[in-house]
Unconditional design. Structure first.
Lengths: 251, 251, 251, 251
């Protein structure tokens, strides 16, 4: 039987600032990537987010990012390998403390934003992240793009890598996401987005923007936590997958 | 046989900034309170500090503070109970991750600066800290002033409170430290400082500034990590205690 | 002829975080207090906020706060007088640079949150703020509560203090705001709020929660920048004042 | 008559952290680049540093950097052009406020660390910086490498660019600094360093690491603020230039 995880980045409020209403999307996802206080989130937000995920029975993961709150972790920063290792380890410990205090076990790690993008292609960054994860808790799963450096380094240190795909993003024939600046980068039709995921989950392949079939593994689907469109997509995808007999469960 | 712990605040560098040479004082202490990135310290410093403490066989403790790097955690901040709880839990998790990654177990918690001062007298703050510690790891010891709110709340939640005394500070007849602004607040003579500690450890009392004997418990002595005087005092105290047959070991 | 200024705290976004839609409230106010990057705001937000205020012909003021982004400047921090002076001066310079770069002249200063509350009653804090303002630009007006330390210190160094009142807050018989925890602290009825302001502007007095008439000066009315209620109140107050022949212009 | 400016990066303390003793180097320099609170420095430090420079009669300049205190502004960050513009403008305003409050006029701008390196070669970054400077105060001089994008963009917006050279760094035949990783990157001999500067000032050229003469303009020489070697070089250079009849004055 086919199965897949639906994940979303949550807990990205900070102090008086609300980024999104996490409650709605939590009804549809099976794992939550919680910000750890570097690119977003703060200790009070983290306590609240773990409680929310726990109440919904959603698996709690770490979502470590660059130490750049003003840039929301979306700008690349030239941290070296030891710095990335230390900043990721710090964030893992911090979010795990909130999980532990509420009797929840940390389930996975998904790097955020510019760090995720860099770890997809930069071996040193990927190694730094995976080394931190393996030292902290080798049972943690690493969410990573298919055939990325991050996935490779996770496996190299004995971690379980879960391949992440996107419902509403188009793919190129080399398996990379179509860059956002491309006019056809986004799949705006809900049905089309749902079918793309279903095909990825059941057939292990995706039809690229230019029409070729590309091999892909779909262990977990990334959903966005904000905006009406995001919730509508999450709901539609959840229904479509369930209807097709795909089991939705943490990776 | 009498025994006592010698502790020092370490790992308070930040980025390019060096606060003190931690190496020297580490030769004399048995437990190190490591900054956790809020009032001082950063992930790279924390990794390095845990390694240094481990190499010297010194017990590793958390030294959580207010989120105020510019003020070095020495200014009071009106965090409420839930905020203190969350900020302490965050810091415990962060430093514990570095300990775990190096195969070291976190040993104790000592709040820093203005948070320590507040927790000595403010029940809500003390409770917030101790609740965080108990949730995170109930085997952690809490370093606290004798008969403080912090000690009381630690015991109230089942934690082991270790009473901290000072070698080079004068005490009032109510057992409180003589305020620093008082001209006679500091004990500058090494011998006198050593004798004060020895008396506290062996007799459970200290002679106050005004001459009365005051009851005190001395589980751990706070040493400062910086300055030539600090190292000289640490060395002298270590020798004096050893010579007197007092065993120096983690609290 | 009676006249009054309507002010609002604006430019309090930070990075990816939006606090409020400043555009709506800007249609009704005559002066904007712009966050300066310490409790809220960042350089990109400040550039955008000055441009927005300029486009609407609204006077640009500085809204300096404690360096506490996570607490949104709402928590008291034990900065000493020199620290407050330096932190305010820093923020004045920063926001003034954005004004100057767009050909706008800084018009006033209104401390934010916990700093405003402290400056109302703490002479050292009030003096520190006013000293910074006077050194930076003695033509800047200081928005301050009536008969506050802030108003007194402003006048003591030759600055023009503008008394700020609130439309939707109840007053005590000593002229202080009824604390928010009091069930009757807020005036929720739009008409009542408008009448309170009109009376303050025209008669220089307000009827306290307990029914006494209290003297007050109303140079500027504080409006809130967020929430549907805030915009409705701003709109209603603008109409009521205009209808009553009160001129609405910068203080 | 030949003349040259000697500059140093100063005011890089932060909170409780001391980076260097600025007092010694101030005896030899004619212009100081003061950190503005983003990569180093804080409002209290800035007030103190301006006072120190003023007391020594040293020209006060802004030393804006990336918002990365933990990395000391030495790591590249992918800020876009508008972000760089806003962050530089913010920092110019902040340091200028301290200068103004002490009756000193800001004299120049020198970007710090990774921002300086990027602005040397990246047109958008250089343009963003120079646009901010020109908008803030077109009389400010910009310290920039010879034939850099920063110098070009400064001149393009009508600013005066002052070419900066290094006494203790070797040059390549294309006029670039020999990278630090090269074993021969540093000139460790004081006499050799002094002669390099003297030749650059008087002859407008420097002999490269590989022996060729390279054209260069030497309006200002960068000295380092920390370490015994730095002060010794500053002192030797000051003496050598004075002895050779070169006037040392702000650029």
């Amino acid at each position: 039987m086919a199965y897949v995880d639906l994940n979303a980045d949550l807990g990205e409020d900070f102090g008086a600032y609300r980024l999104a209403d996490d409650g709605e999307i939590l009804a549809y996802v099976t794992s939550a990537n919680l910000a750890c206080g570097m690119h977003a989130g703060d200790p009070v937000v983290m306590a609240r987010s773990v409680a929310l995920a726990k109440a919904r029975g959603v698996a709690v993961g770490a979502h470590p990012g660059y130490p750049d709150l003003q840039g929301f972790g979306r700008r690349d920063m030239a941290l070296d390998e030891d710095e990335i290792h230390a900043f990721v380890l710090y964030q893992l410990g911090a979010i795990a403390a909130f999980a532990r205090s509420q009797g929840v076990r940390l389930h996975h790690v998904k790097p955020h934003g510019a760090l995720y993008n860099r770890a997809a292609v930069d071996r040193a960054a990927a190694r730094a992240i995976c080394r931190a994860v393996a030292e902290f808790d080798p049972s943690l799963k690493v969410y990573a793009p298919y055939r990325s450096e991050l996935a490779a380094q996770a496996e190299a240190v004995g971690l379980c890598a879960c391949c992440e795909v996107f419902a509403d993003r188009r793919y190129e024939e080399d398996g990379q996401l179509t860059p956002r600046r491309h006019p056809d980068a986004m799949i705006r039709d809900l049905d089309e987005a749902c079918e793309q995921v279903l095909t990825m989950v059941r057939e292990g392949r995706v039809r690229s923007r230019t029409g070729e079939w590309v091999e892909v593994a779909a262990d977990t689907v990334c959903l966005h936590g904000d905006g009406p469109h995001a919730v509508a997509l999450a709901k539609a995808l959840h229904e479509r997958l369930t209807h097709a007999g795909v089991q939705i469960c943490p990776a």
